[in-house]
Write a protein that binds this ligand. Structure first.
Ligand code: KIV
Ligand code: ZN
Length: 516
C-alpha cells in the first residue's frame, strides 16, 4: 500500500489562527507530541518573522530528532537564509519557500509579472538548495491560478532542485472534483514531476479542506499539509485527525497508510486546544466532545447490543481517555508519573513536582479525579513555564450588598515583587483592575477584554473551573486560560496568562525594531 506523508503545520499555519499565539516552550511541547503522534514533517514556523519564531524553530530542530523539521520562507533571500539558519541543527532539515502564482495576487499584491515571479521562485529554490537537500516549493493561490502557469512554475522549481511541490488551495475556493483535476493535470503536464513529491495544502473557507485533500490523494498527491483540530488562517486548514481517520477507517476505499499512531490523536488535540486557548467545537469530527456520544434511545439501544451499529470508529483507537482515573489523594508521585506517561505526557522533574502538588490539592477537594482534571492541571502547569509575570496570590471580597475588592501579588521577570489592590463592578473586574495596577507600575498593559468564558472541566460542583479569555491590544488578539477550583482564581490566572502573551509579543516587536 502507498504511504501518505503527513506534514503538520499546526505550529506555522495553525498559529496564524487569530488569538492562538504560542510561546517557545509551548511550541516545543507540541512538537514533542507531534513526534509521538508520528507525523513525518513538522513545519515549525516562519523564522524570519521574529526572534521568538527563530528561537522556537531552532529549538525544535535541535530537540526533536525523528521527523523532518521545516522552516517556511517567502521567496526572498533574507527569508530563505533565516529558515536555513533555524533548521541547520535538525537531523532532517527542510526549507519550504513559496510565492503567489495567481494573477489576482501578482497584480494587486506582488505587482510583478509572471516572468519575474518565476525567476524569484527559481532563485529562492536555488538559494535554499545551497543549505539543504530537502526543498519544498508552493505556488500560493494555485487553485485560482492559470493551470498552465502553475505547471510551468513547478517544472522550473523542480529543475532548480525542489524535491516537494505543494499545491495550495490558499483561500479554500476549490471543490473536490476541481482540485483532483488540478492535481491530475500536474502529473500530466509537468514532465519532471517524477523527481518530486506532490503535496497539497487546503484551507477550509467552504468547509471542503478535508474533502479536497482526500480528492488530491486519489489523484496522486502523496503529502498532505494539515493541522491539529483544523487550526489555521481564517476558517483553518484541513484537519489532521479527519484526514488520518478517513484514510484509516476507509482503507477499503482509499488503500493508503500513514505513519500516524492514532491513539495519540485525542491527547494532542487537547494539548493544542489547551495551549492555544482555541476550544474544539463539541460536534467536531473525531475529537469533538460529542463525537462518540449517543443521545437518541434507538442509537443507545443499538450501541449496547453491538457497538458497530452506530460507531464507525472505536474511541480507543483515537486515544479518548477512560473517564475515571484510579488515582486518589493517597496516590504517590510514582503512580502519578506512570499515569501521566500512559496519557502521553513526559514532564521534567520540576514540572512533575508542581503538577503533583496541584493534583494532591485537587484530590483533597474532589473525590474522583479523572483524566480530564489531569489534562487541565498539566496544561495549567505548562502554560506558566515561560511567563514573564507570575501570579502568587489573589484575594477577593464580594457580596450583596458590598463593593467587590481584590488584592493581588505577582512576581516580575527579574523576580521583583509587585502588589496592588482595586475595586471593581464585580469580583472578576476587581481582580483584573488590581492586576492592571500591579503590572501597570512597570509596563503599559492597556487592552480590551473581548471574550470571557468559564466552563467546568468535570460535572460536579467541586470541579476545576477553566476560564478562557481573549484580550485585544493594537489590533491583535491574545488568549489566556486558567484552571482552578475557585473560578475567580482561574479568571485571574487566565488574565495573567493573556497579559504574558501580550507583553511577550510587545517585547519581541520592540527587539525586532531595535535590531533593524
Ligand atoms: O495557504 C497557503 O497558501 C500557505 C502557503 C504558505 C503554503 O499557507
Ligand atoms: Zn495556508
Amino acid at each position: 500500500m502507498d504511504k501518505v506523508i503527513i506534514f503538520d503545520t499546526t505550529l506555522r499555519d495553525g498559529e496564524q489562527t487569530p488569538g492562538a499565539t504560542l510561546n517557545v516552550q509551548e511550541k516545543l511541547e507540541i512538537a514533542w507530541q507531534l513526534d509521538r503522534l508520528g507525523v513525518d514533517v513538522i513545519e515549525a514556523g516562519t523564522p524570519v518573522n521574529s526572534a521568538i519564531e527563530m528561537e522556537a524553530v531552532s529549538l525544535i530542530a535541535r530537540e526533536v530528532r525523528r521527523p523532518i523539521i521545516c522552516g517556511l520562507a517567502r521567496a526572498l533571500p533574507q527569508d530563505v537564509e533565516a529558515a536555513a539558519k533555524a533548521v541547520e541543527m535538525a537531523t532532517h532539515p527542510r526549507i519550504h519557500t513559496f510565492l503567489s502564482s495567481s494573477d489576482i495576487h501578482l497584480m494587486h499584491q506582488l505587482k510583478k509579472d509572471r516572468e519575474q515571479v518565476l525567476m524569484m521562485a527559481v532563485e529562492a529554490v536555488k538559494r535554499a538548495k545551497t543549505y539543504v537537500d530537502d526543498v519544498e516549493f508552493s505556488p500560493m493561490d494555485a487553485s485560482r491560478s492559470e493551470p498552465a502557469y502553475v505547471y510551468q512554475l513547478i517544472k522550473a522549481c523542480i529543475e532548480a532542485g525542489a524535491t516537494t511541490v505543494n499545491i495550495p488551495d490558499t483561500v479554500g475556493y476549490s471543490t473536490p472534483e476541481e482540485f483532483g483535476e488540478l492535481i491530475r493535470g500536474v502529473f500530466q503536464n509537468v514532465p519532471n514531476i517524477d523527481k518530486a513529491v506532490v503535496s497539497v495544502h487546503c484551507h477550509d473557507d467552504l468547509g471542503l479542506a478535508v474533502a479536497n485533500s482526500l480528492a488530491a490523494i486519489r489523484a496522486g498527491a502523496r503529502q498532505v499539509e494539515c493541522t491539529i483540530n483544523g487550526l489555521g488562517e481564517r476558517a483553518g486548514n484541513a484537519s489532521l485527525e479527519e484526514i488520518v481517520m478517513a484514510l484509516r477507517t476507509r482503507q477499503d476505499f482509499f488503500n493508503f497508510i500513514t505513519n500516524i499512531d492514532t491513539t495519540q490523536i485525542y491527547q494532542i488535540s487537547r494539548l493544542v486546544s489547551e495551549l492555544t486557548g482555541i476550544a474544539v467545537q463539541l460536534n467536531k469530527a473525531i475529537v469533538g466532545g460529542n463525537a462518540f456520544r449517543h443521545e437518541s434511545g434507538i442509537h443507545q439501544d443499538g450501541i449496547i447490543k453491538e457497538r458497530a451499529t452506530y460507531e464507525i470508529m472505536n474511541p480507543r483507537d483515537i486515544g479518548v481517555p477512560g473517564t475515571i482515573l484510579s488515582l486518589g489523594k493517597l496516590s504517590g508521585r510514582h503512580a502519578f508519573r506512570e499515569h501521566l506517561l500512559e496519557m502521553g505526557y513526559t514532564l521534567s522533574d520540576e514540572a512533575l513536582s508542581r503538577s503533583f502538588t496541584a493534583f494532591q490539592e485537587l484530590a483533597t477537594k474532589k473525590k474522583a479525579v479523572d483524566d480530564r482534571d489531569i489534562e487541565a492541571l498539566v496544561a495549567e502547569e505548562m502554560r506558566h513555564v515561560s511567563d514573564l509575570y507570575k501570579l502568587d496570590h489573589v484575594q477577593v471580597s464580594s457580596g450583596d450588598p458590598g463593593v467587590p475588592t481584590a488584592s493581588v501579588r505577582l512576581t516580575g521577570p527579574q523576580g521583583e515583587p509587585l502588589a496592588d489592590a482595586a475595586l471593581g463592578n464585580g469580583p472578576v473586574d476587581a481582580v483584573y483592575n488590581a492586576i492592571n495596577r500591579a503590572i501597570g507600575q512597570v509596563v503599559d498593559v492597556s487592552n480590551k477584554l473581548v471574550e470571557f468564558s468559564v466552563k467546568s472541566i468535570t460535572e460536579t460542583t467541586e470541579a476545576l473551573g477553566e476560564v478562557t479569555i481573549r484580550i485585544e491590544s493594537e489590533g491583535s488578539i491574545y488568549t489566556g486560560r486558567g484552571a482552578h477550583t475557585d473560578i475567580i482564581v482561574a479568571s485571574a490566572r487566565a488574565y495573567v496568562n493573556a497579559l504574558n502573551r501580550l507583553l511577550t509579543a510587545q517585547r519581541s516587536r520592540k527587539d525586532q525594531k531595535e535590531e533593524k
